[in-house]
Design a binder for this molecule. Structure first.
Ligand SMILES: Nc1ncnc2c1ncn2[C@@H]1O[C@H](COP(=O)(O)OP(=O)(O)O)[C@@H](O)[C@H]1O
Ligand SMILES: [Mg+2]
Length: 302
């Protein structure tokens, strides 16, 4: 098959692994920087161009869209979709997963999936009411479009929460207020879903006492065996978000696993090293099995 990996980082571990595995399996693979693509939106003949070359005649794309260019990157993926090219993540699903609020709205209506208590509002004088809604301080205040743990604040007191909220109001950004899951203590679970299965899972622990466990912030991953309930939550979340391949973040709590977010381009480095699992191969296997089938419609409805 002719496969394109859409990635801004040819030297990135995940990109290299996918390239290496797909090449070994005999596919014609290349890495293309989606930031450098341009879209020819001609009637009846939409094309994706890259350095003057027409990329439209490929069998599959693997989008690894940088969070800084979600909008443009998902437009590139959409253009491939318009040509009937198979993609491991649909453009609409990528856009959806990058918005934590929209994601939580979808997850909140999903059976077998539980999420932390969360409120979202526009500027209001009733901050105390919002805080009460999530059981009061300490609370988590989170940008709707943050990644890698940047944009997530733990406000330990009501006073701190109010000033952070005011600062976000001034900036005019979308954010939400979430109950702080104290059982987490700087630990969460990342599960990689491929198809209908969890193919690898790790526990991430922050090493410096931070409440955030992101690997990008120096968190460390350790292989973990998930409970049946955790596996089900991960698979159901992936399905709810319309993502066949994704990373599901959750926090084990006294009331079972609480899903935080679903990542459409999960990093492979930390989790392959922590678990020893060959996730890149599972992804390429999945493409081999599904690229030639008719792609199913997006039925998420949000
Ligand atoms: N409600 C919460 N309670 C406790 N810890 C949280 C909560 N929300 C986030 N965290 C911690 O912060 C990290 C980053 O939050 P997350 O929502 O995944 O944002 P990001 O997209 O920036 O990774 C999580 O991995 C978790 O360790
Ligand atoms: Mg996260």
């Amino acid at each position: 098959m002719k496969i394109i990996i859409l990635s801004k980082g040819p030297d990135n571990y995940s990109t290299r692994r996918l390239l290496e595995v797909a090449t070994k399996k005999g596919h014609d693979v290349r890495v293309v920087d989606h930031g450098q693509c341009y879209l020819d939106i001609k009637a009846q003949n939409p094309k994706v161009l890259y350095k003057g070359e027409d990329l439209s005649a490929v069998d599959a794309v693997i989008p690894r869209i940088g969070s800084s260019i979600t909008k443009f990157g998902s437009a590139v993926v959409r253009q491939f979709e318009m040509r009937g090219v198979y993609t491991t993540a649909k453009s609409i699903a990528i856009a959806r997963s990058r918005d934590k609020l929209r994601s939580l709205q979808i997850l909140a209506k999903t059976e077998n999936v539980n999420i932390p208590k969360t409120v979202f509002s526009r500027e209001t004088s009733e901050v105390q009411v919002l805080l009460d809604q999530v059981d009061g301080a300490p609370v988590i205040i989170k940008l709707a479009r943050g990644t890698h743990g940047r944009g997530v604040v733990l406000a330990e007191t009501t006073k701190a929460a109010k000033s952070v909220i005011q600062a976000f109001y001034v900036e005019g950004v979308n954010f939400m207020i979430q109950e702080y899951i104290k059982e987490s203590a700087g630990t969460d679970i990342r599960a990689i879903v491929v198809g209908n299965r969890v193919v690898a899972a790790m526990k991430r622990q922050s090493l410096d006492g931070d409440f955030r466990s992101n690997i990008h912030l120096g968190g460390r991953g350790i292989a973990v065996k998930l409970s049946a309930q955790e596996k089900r939550a991960a698979v159901k979340s992936a399905k709810a978000m319309g993502l066949a391949i994704c990373g599901v973040d959750m926090i084990p709590s006294a009331r079972g696993p609480l899903v935080l977010e679903v990542n459409s381009s999960p990093g492979l480095s930390g989790i392959e090293k922590a678990t020893g699992r060959d996730i890149a191969s599972r992804i390429i296997d999945y493409i081999e099995l599904n690229a030639r089938r008719k792609q199913s419609k997006d039925r998420v409805g949000a």
